[in-house]
Write a protein that binds this ligand. Sequence first.
Ligand code: FES
Length: 114
Amino acid sequence: MAERDHIVRVCSQSDVAQGAAKAFAVGDQMLAVYNLDGTFYITDDECTHASASLADGMIEGDVIECCMHFGAFHIPTGKVMQPPCETPLRTYAVVIRDGDVFVDLARNAAGDPQ
Ligand code: FES
């Protein structure tokens, strides 16, 4: 996959307030963009437990708590922090360019291919 195919603009940095999360459609995927003290993270928006939008959840530090059954994930790694969630959340590498937030759909937040 060529770089231009898997690095896709998601939003402007100004679209997501500090301490907030917001969902954006990228192709046929819904992604959640988080702004934690000016550092941006991107994960799948759908909770791995059922079908809630994580962007509607509550951020505490670097953890997102799902609004449906209160499972939780570590935003930077996608690790499960609280049941009933069992499956880690998929994360994506973030690229910031000229005030815009891009997602690298081919790499996770650690930079590993996925
Ligand atoms: S849908 Fe998220 S914890 Fe159940």
